[in-house]
Design a protein around this ligand. Sequence first.
Ligand SMILES: [Mg+2]
Length: 410
Amino acid sequence: MDRVIFHCDLNSFYASVELLDHPELKDKPVAVCGDPESRHGIILAKNEPAKQYKVQTAETIWQARRKCPDLVLLPAHHWKYREYSKKVNAIYERYTDLVEPFSIDESWLDVTGTLHLFGGDGKALADEIRRVIRQELGLTVSVGVSFNKVFAKMGSDYKKPDATTVITRENFQQLLWPLPVTDLLFVGRAAARILGGYGVRTIGDLAAFDRDSLGEILGKGGYTLHDYATGREHAPVIAARDMPGPKSVGNGLTFPRNLMGWEELRTALSELADEVAARLRKHGLKCTTVQITVRDPAFKDICRQKRLAAPTYVSRDLTDSAMELLRSCWNERQPVRALTITAQNLVEEGDAGEQVDLFAADAIPRRDKLEKLEKAMDSIRDKYGRGAISLASAVHPEGEREDQRLPPTD
Ligand SMILES: [Mg+2]
């Protein structure tokens, strides 16, 4: 028997949560950003009216303002998003214990074993869940219903906001195959470019492509993509409590405009590092290796790693190492399209002390201080929101700004 999988995706999540406190702004173009005072701050989310002006996530405030001078900017409150994310997942768990969060605003639900308790109809249950979330939390969600995770996710993207789309064995070719291949999960622009060279533009083209040839062209990922396109994907929904701890923690961003110059690059890296460090602290893990991946406008990636003198989960350490790596492999005048920073070789916080490099002993007092400071900032931000405190002003008045975490896609 086929499984019944839901993929639930909250619509314009950050912006929707902020607008709960500003109902008067509902019909105005609104964007959420880390620091509304900084013109280099980055747009994290926007509401529907702002989308009409083509305001984009990850562009800078000044770029967005050029397109939409009346754009209302609201500061991000990450503690609120975490709280709402928990509440939403708690609602999902009323319907099944198999709830797998994919990101702060997206989760998969496997309701195969429980659907009969709620009437037996997948679409009706998805509509009911949407209604309950709207009524209890004031948020809207798009739901995809299908027989596997990938098609369920595509269903939630198919129509938004506030909609249910059912992808069946009967209709998936008609609904999904005309879509561009980039709409398929994990088909990045690089893979799309390679596929384009073989005349593969739509998901249907991909499905019609010979599976073994695809494997030769793209490696193991080629087989996976072919399985995705043809509905032969069988990955289980894994409840959050059964998830293994992370092996690495990474965060990346493709910029709508190329970045150039050490200052801009450092700002971007510190934003990425901030989120990585916060996630490491949340898991009680420190990293001993930092890796950066830099992509140029021609989609050429350069990847560099560095072993650290001592394990860390301090944002500033990650930024410094990433910046050092960047300077070693990049020219300041070379434009950057995308950046990723990944913390690797993770060790438990408590075990980390034994691995400290003796030669780096001098650095320990400074690191202790920074650890305490950043942890304190976690709790202040959790309480008062992100704008409440910034590392730049607290530690290095002349140094880099610490800014927003990265947003969910809508
Ligand atoms: Mg979303």
